[in-house]
Design a protein. Structure first.
Length: 145
């Protein structure tokens, strides 16, 4: 799977760990930054990941900041992006099954690293159920228009 990966300074170390995990699993990962612990603005990196997903350059995106909240707000500003702030694997599974979420947003400061990795795995493995859920996504697309 093609994945766009990004973070702010609070999430850069976690992002690098996820990069290793995802490439080891055979995914093609585009690292959208950031590159270190120096303070940066999370909307810049959220936008870079969201643009790749919205354009089809990436099938899914993963964003990391301190809480996952800031990057989810920023990523959801782009049409076609359905970014979900995720706290556990069940939320990740349901975000895919019911919402066809295409960007996972996680918090490096609020999730244990092993849980965070389980969340990302569940998000990437989860299929969209379609059916009645597609009607709801169509309504969301109308809101974007």
């Amino acid at each position: 799977m093609k994945i766009a990966l990004g973070s702010d300074h609070a999430g850069w170390s976690t992002k690098d760990q996820l990069l290793s995990m995802l490439t080891a699993a055979g995914h093609e990962v585009h690292d959208c930054g950031c590159a270190g612990p120096d303070s940066v603005d999370y909307p810049d990196f959220a936008a870079a990941v969201a643009r790749r997903v919205a354009s089809g350059q990436a099938e899914r995106g993963v964003l990391v900041c301190g809480t996952g909240i800031g990057v989810s707000i920023a990523a959801n500003k782009l049409a076609g992006v359905r970014a979900a702030k995720l706290n556990d694997p069940e939320e990740a599974r349901l975000s895919r099954a019911h919402n066809d979420a295409n960007v996972a947003c996680v918090g490096a400061r609020v999730l244990d690293p092993s849980v965070l990795q389980d969340v990302v795995r569940a998000f990437l493995e989860g299929p969209f159920e379609g059916g009645r859920h597609q009607l709801r996504l169509d309504k969301i697309s109308q809101l974007e228009a």
